[in-house]
Design a protein around this ligand. Structure first.
Ligand code: ACK
Length: 985
C-alpha cells in the first residue's frame, strides 16, 4: 500500500531567483552568466562555458551556500544544453561532452574559500542529447535534465560546484530539493509532515495521532519511504461513542441516532420505543413505560413487562393440581417470559386467604417457569386454593407493581383420612389390652387398614406396630400393672392419615390376672424364633393360619437395613394373618448377631446414652493437645497424642466443643461420635473415643497426616500416577460400600470430607445428624428450605430430598471428578442455579484432563438421572479393583478432542451408543461371527460392550490381531461418541 502524498521542498531554484544568484565562477574567463528572459520576459540565470578549442580547461562555478533545512538527503536537478563535439570543426581534439558536479558540506558560509580537492564529487554528467549548429539554426533547444541525490548530509548546509573541463555547456537551471511525506489523515489518525530518511531504502516509522473524537487501543503507525511515500499503515483510530466517521473526521450522531461503542462504524437509528434528542448520543432513552435491562444490547428495542397469562385451567387429582395456561397476549416485546405461581389457601367460611406454606411442592418449580404448566402437589384435602399465575420478563423488576396474573380457584378432593378421635378400651388382663375405635370422622375414601402403635409409657423408643382391618385389636404380651400408650391411624388409597392423640391404658396387676394369659408366653417364644428363621430364609409358614397371632418380628428392621433389596418384601412376607400383623422395634433398629446396622442416634431420647453406647469415654489426662490444625463447626480441631492404658502412645486428631455451648450444640457435636463410633472400616475415619466427663468436651479420632483430600490434591497438582489416584478412589468407594451396607446415607460426600493419611489411604469423614449440611460451607439453601451442597448432590435429592445410597453414588461420581482433576471445583464458577439447570437439562461435567476413559465412563454412570441405573458402591469397588489389576485398561484416555473443556457435556442417558444390539453392532463392523461368543461371555448389551477390554477379547478367544483391532477401534469410537453426547437418546 502506498500513498503518493509526497512533496518536493525546494532549497534552491535558480529560475525563481529574481536578483543576483551570487554564484562565483573562476577562472574569470570560464563560466559566465548570461542574462536571458523566458517567454514571459522573466529573467533567467543561465551559465555558459564553451572553451572547446583550448587545452586543459578547469572552470569552476560554485553556488552560494544552500541550507539543507534538516533534510539528510537532497536531490539536485540540472537542466542544461551541451554542444555535440562532432559539430565543432577543429575542436575535436580538446572538446568534451561532460561536466562534473561536486558538493562541500559546511555549517557556515565559508566554503567558497576551500580548495577544489576538498569538494566531493557527486557525478560526471553527460548529455542525453547534444546539439549541433544546425539545431541552433533551427532554434531547437535540446534541453537535458539530470537528477542526482546526495546523502546522508551531516551539516547544516552545502555548496555545489560545477566543473567544466572543456565542453560547450549552458546550465539553464539548477534546482535543489528534498522530499518529505506530507501530513496526511489515514484511518482517522493524523500523520505529520515527515522528512524522508537519509538512506534511499530507509522506511521511517511514524506514529499517528487520533483525530478529534476518535480513540484507539494501540496508536496507529505508518512508514515514510525515502521517496516521500507513506507506506504500510498499521492500526487505526475509531470514532468514539456518539460519533461516526465522515471524510476522515468524526462527526456526532444526528438526533434520533446513536452509537454505543467505538467499534460500530456508523450511528444507528434509535430502536423502537426509544429516542435520542441530543446529537452525539451514545444510547437512546426508553420511552415512558418501556425499559432496557442492563444486559440488553442498545440496539434492542425498549421493552415492557408482559400482560397477564391467559386462559388458565386446572386439573385436580385428589390433592394435586395440574395448572396450564397460555402465554400473555403481550409479551412486552421480549422472549424471556417466565411464570411464577402464588399459592393461596382460602378459608371456605371467611373467604380469607393465606400463603400456602413450604410443604406444598411444585414441579418442575414454583418460580421462573419457562413452560406454561406446573404440577402442584401435597395440597391439603378438601380445601379451597387460589393460584395466581403471574408472568414476568426481563424488565418486570424495573417497574414496580407491574406483575400481571391470572387466577385459578380450585378445591382439592380426596385426602388421607382424618385422625381417629374415639378409642375405647375393652378387656384388660395383666398381659393384654383390648381396644376398639370409631372410623375417622372424614375417612376420605375406603379405609384399607388401621395401624396401631403402642409402647410402654416413657419407653417410646421401643414400640410395637400392629396392622388391622378391623376396628378393634388386642395387644398381647404386655407387662402386668404397666401403663401403655396407644396411637391409631387409618389408611386409604390416599395414604395414612395422622395418628390419633395418645391414649393411655394400664394392664391389670398380677393378683387378679387371668391365668389363661400364660398362653401368650409360647407365642412370644415362637415369634422370636420365627423372626430368626425368617431371616434364615424360611418365610412365614410356621404361623400360617393362626388366628390373630401377633408375630414378634423383633429383628426385622435390622434385617431390612442390611439388605435393602429385600426391604420391600420385608414384613409382608412374614405376615401370618392377612388381617393383622405386628412388628416390634427397638430404637427403630434391632441388631442381629453378626450383622451390623447403623442406628440413628436421634432414636435415642437421651443422646448422651447413644454416645456412650457407641463411644469409649477417654480420660482427659490421657490426651496431650499439640497444635491447632483447623476450625470445625463446634470449635477447634487439634492434633495431639493419646496414651491409652492398653495401647502405646499414638497420634490423634481432637475435635473440641467450644465453651459456652448450648445443649443442642453438645448433642449435635456428640452426635457425630455416636455415628462414627458405630463404624469399623479401614476407609472410615476411626473414632478413638470421647471426653464428656470433663471440659472441653472432645471427640478423639485417628490422625490423618495429609488432612482433607481436596486441599491435599490441590497442593500436589499432577504429582500422582493414575494408579495412585484410582487407589484413593477405590478406598473411598470401599468406605462408602460399608456405609451403604450399614444403611447409612452420608449426604455430604465430597473431597473436602475425605481425609488422607501419610500412606495415601483415604477415609470418609464428617458424619453428623442434621448439622452435616449445616456446617458445610458448600451447602446452600434450596427453595424448599433445606441446606444442600448443590454441586455434589443428585438431582432427586435437591428436588425432593430423596437422599439414598444412590444419591451418595452421584456424589461419589463428583468426588471421582475432583480427584482426577486434582481438586478442581466442580462446575467451576457456575452459580448453583445454573448447575441445577444444566444437570436437569442433561448436561454433565466433562472429563478431567488426561482421565482414563473407563473412569470417566464410571463417573457418567454415577450421574445417571435414573437413580436405579447408577452403579452400586459394591459394583464401583469391583470395577476399580479390575482396573487396578489391569493397569493397561487405564491407558486409553479421553482424548483431547472429546474433552470439552469448560463446557458441560450433554449426556446420553441410554449410554448404549447408536447401535441397538450387540448383533447389530458386530454386523456393522463385519464381525457378526463373534455375536454368540460375546453374549455367552456376558457382553450381551452395548452398555457392557463399552466396558470391554482387549484382555476380555483375548480371554474369550478372539485371537486374530486384525479382528481384535477392528473390534477395539469400534468400541473406542462408541465410547468417544458417548462422551461427546453425540449419540441420540
Ligand atoms: O484440610 P485439613 O488440614 O484437614 O483441615 C481440616 C481441619 O482439620 C478442619 O476440619 C483437619 N482434620 C479434621 N480431622 C482430621 C484428622 N482426623 N486428622 C487430620 N486432620 C484432620 C482437616
Amino acid at each position: 500500500l502506498s500513498f503518493s502524498m509526497f512533496l518536493y521542498v525546494n532549497l534552491l531554484d535558480s529560475r525563481s531567483v529574481m536578483g543576483d544568484l551570487g554564484w562565483i565562477a573562476y577562472p574569470k574567463n570560464g563560466w559566465e552568466e548570461i542574462g536571458e528572459v523566458d517567454e514571459n520576459y522573466a529573467p533567467i540565470h543561465t551559465y555558459q562555458v564553451c572553451k572547446v578549442m583550448d587545452q586543459n580547461q578547469n572552470n569552476w562555478l560554485v553556488t552560494s551556500w544552500i541550507s539543507n533545512e534538516g533534510a539528510s538527503r537532497i536531490f539536485i536537478e540540472l537542466k542544461f544544453t551541451l554542444r555535440d563535439c562532432n559539430s565543432l570543426p577543429g575542436g575535436l581534439g580538446t572538446c568534451k561532452e561532460t561536466f562534473n558536479v561536486y558538493y562541500f558540506q559546511s555549517n557556515e558560509k565559508d566554503g567558497r574559500n576551500i580548495r577544489e580537492n576538498q569538494y566531493v564529487k557527486i557525478d560526471t554528467i553527460a548529455a542525453d542529447e547534444s546539439f549541433t549548429e544546425l539545431d541552433l539554426g533551427d532554434r531547437v533547444m535540446k534541453l537535458n535534465t539530470e537528477v542526482r541525490d546526495v546523502g546522508p548530509l551531516t551539516k547544516k548546509g552545502f555548496y555545489l560546484a560545477f566543473q567544466d573541463v572543456g565542453a560547450c555547456i549552458a546550465l539553464v537551471s539548477v534546482r535543489v530539493y528534498y522530499k518529505k511525506c506530507t501530513s496526511v489523515v489515514r484511518n482517522l489518525a493524523l500523520f505529520p509532515d515527515t522528512i524522508t530518511g537519509a538512506d534511499s531504502s530507509q522506511l521511517l516509522e511514524v506514529s499517528g495521532k487520533c483525530v478529534n473524537y476518535s480513540v484507539t487501543d494501540e496508536s496507529p503507525k505508518m512508514h515514510c519511504s525515502a521517496e516521500g511515500e507513506w507506506l504500510v499503515p498499521i492500526g487505526k483510530c475509531m470514532c468514539q461513542e456518539g460519533y461516526e466517521e465522515k471524510n476522515n473526521t468524526c462527526q456526532p450522531c444526528r438526533p434520533g441516532f446513536f452509537k454505543s461503542s467505538p467499534q460500530s462504524l456508523t450511528c444507528n437509528k434509535c430502536p423502537p420505543h426509544s429516542f435520542a434528542q441530543e446529537e452525539g448520543s451514545t444510547s437512546c432513552v426508553c420511552e415512558e413505560h418501556y425499559y432496557r435491562r442492563e444486559t440488553d444490547p442498545y440496539i434492542m428495542a425498549c421493552t415492557r413487562p408482559p400482560s397477564a397469562p391467559r386462559n388458565a385451567i386446572s386439573n385436580i387429582n385428589e390433592t394435586s393440581v395440574f395448572l396450564e395456561w397460555m402465554f400473555p397476549a403481550d409479551t412486552g416485546g421480549r422472549k424471556d417470559v417466565l411464570y411464577n405461581i402464588v399459592c393461596k389457601k382460602c378459608n371456605n367460611l371467611s373467604g380469607l386467604c393465606e400463603e400456602c406454606g413450604i410443604h406444598v411442592r411444585y414441579f418442575p418449580q414454583q418460580s421462573g417457569l419457562k413452560n406454561t404448566s406446573v404440577m402442584v402437589i401435597d395440597l391439603e384435602a378438601h380445601t379451597n386454593y387460589t393460584f395466581e399465575i403471574e408472568a414476568e420478563n426481563g424488565v418486570s423488576e424495573m417497574k414496580m407493581g407491574s406483575r400481571r396474573f391470572v387466577s385459578v380457584n380450585v378445591t382439592t378432593n380426596q385426602a388421607a383420612p382424618s385422625p381417629i378421635s374415639i378409642v375405647k378400651k375393652g378387656k384388660i388382663t395383666k398381659n393384654s389390652i383390648s381396644l376398639s375405635w370409631h372410623e375417622p370422622d372424614r375417612p376420605n375414601g375406603i379405609i384399607l387398614e388401621y395401624e396401631i402403635k403402642y409402647f410402654e409409657k416413657d419407653q417410646e423408643t421401643s414400640y410395637t406396630i400392629i396392622k388391622s382391618k378391623e376396628t378393634d385389636i388386642t395387644a398381647e404380651g404386655l407387662k402386668p400393672a404397666s401403663s401403655y400408650i396407644f396411637q391409631i391411624r387409618a389408611r386409604t388409597a390416599a395414604g395414612y392419615g395422622a395418628f390419633s392423640r395418645r391414649f393411655e391404658f394400664e394392664t391389670s396387676p398380677v393378683s387378679f390376672a387371668a391365668t389363661g394369659d400364660q398362653s401368650q408366653i409360647p407365642i412370644i417364644a415362637v415369634s422370636v424364633t420365627v423372626g430368626v428363621i425368617l431371616l434364615a430364609g424360611v418365610v412365614g409358614f410356621l404361623l400360617s393360619g393362626r388366628d390373630r397371632c401377633h408375630l414378634m418380628v423383633d429383628y426385622f428392621y435390622g434385617f431390612n437395613c442390611i439388605h435393602p433389596m429385600l426391604m420391600r418384601c420385608g414384613y409382608s412376607k412374614a405376615k401370618q394373618d392377612p388381617e393383622e400383623e405386628k412388628m416390634h422395634f427397638h430404637n427403630g433398629h434391632i441388631k442381629l448377631p453378626g450383622i451390623k446396622t447403623y442406628i440413628d442416634p436421634h432414636t435415642y431420647e437421651d443422646p448422651s446414652q447413644a454416645v456412650h453406647e457407641f463411644a469409649k469415654e477417654i480420660d482427659a489426662s490421657c490426651i496431650t493437645i499439640e497444635r491447632v490444625i483447623g476450625a470445625g463447626e463446634f470449635g477447634e480441631v487439634c492434633s495431639g497424642r493419646t496414651k491409652l492404658p492398653t495401647k502405646r502412645e499414638f497420634n490423634v486428631a481432637i475435635k473440641t466443643l467450644k465453651v459456652g455451648y448450648t445443649d443442642k450444640q453438645r448433642r449435635d457435636f456428640l452426635g457425630e461420635a455416636s455415628i462414627m463410633g458405630q463404624f469399623d472400616h479401614p476407609n472410615i475415619i476411626h473414632l478413638e473415643g470421647v471426653v464428656t466427663k470433663s471440659k472441653p468436651v472432645m471427640i478423639v479420632t485417628e490422625y490423618m497426616e495429609n488432612g482433607s483430600l481436596d486441599t491435599f490434591l490441590k497442593k500436589n497438582d499432577g504429582q500422582f500416577t493414575v494408579i495412585q489416584l484410582v487407589g484413593m478412589l477405590r478406598g473411598i468407594a470401599s468406605g462408602m460400600k460399608y456405609l451403604s451396607d450399614m444403611g447409612y446415607v452420608h449426604r455430604d460426600l465430597a473431597a473436602r470430607n475425605i481425609l488422607i493419611n501419610s500412606n495415601l489411604v483415604c477415609k470418609v469423614s464428617d458424619f453428623g445428624l442434621s448439622r452435616v449440611l449445616e456446617d458445610d460451607p458448600e451447602a446452600a439453601y434450596t427453595t424448599r428450605g433445606g441446606k444442600i451442597p448443590i454441586r455434589w448432590t443428585a438431582p432427586e435429592a435437591i428436588a425432593f430430598r430423596k437422599f439414598t445410597s444412590a444419591s451418595d453414588v452421584w456424589s461419589y461420581g463428583i468426588v471421582m471428578w475432583e480427584v482426577m482433576s486434582y481438586g478442581e471445583r466442580p462446575y467451576w464458577e457456575m452459580t448453583n442455579q445454573d448447575v441445577i439447570k444444566a444437570v436437569e437439562e442433561g448436561y454433565r461435567l466433562p472429563s478431567p484432563m488426561d482421565c482414563p476413559a473407563a473412569l470417566y465412563q464410571l463417573m457418567l454412570d454415577c450421574w445417571q438421572k435414573d437413580r436405579n441405573s447408577r452403579p452400586k458402591f459394591e459394583e464401583i469397588v469391583s470395577m476399580l479393583d479390575k482396573l487396578i489389576r489391569n493397569p493397561s485398561s487405564l491407558k486409553t484416555l479421553v482424548n483431547a478432542s472429546n474433552r470439552v473443556s469448560n463446557l458441560l457435556v450433554e449426556h446420553s442417558p441410554s449410554g448404549n451408543g447408536a447401535y441397538r444390539s450387540v448383533n447389530e453392532w458386530l454386523e456393522g463392523i463385519k464381525m457378526a461371527r463373534y455375536t454368540d461368543t460375546f453374549v455367552e461371555n456376558g457382553f450381551s448389551s452395548m452398555d457392557a460392550v463399552t466396558q470391554m477390554t482387549l484382555d476380555d477379547l483375548r480371554r474369550f478367544g478372539v485371537t486374530l490381531a486384525g479382528h481384535q483391532k477392528k473390534i477395539m477401534n469400534s468400541i473406542q469410537e462408541i465410547r468417544a461418541q458417548l462422551l461427546n453426547g453425540m449419540v441420540p437418546l
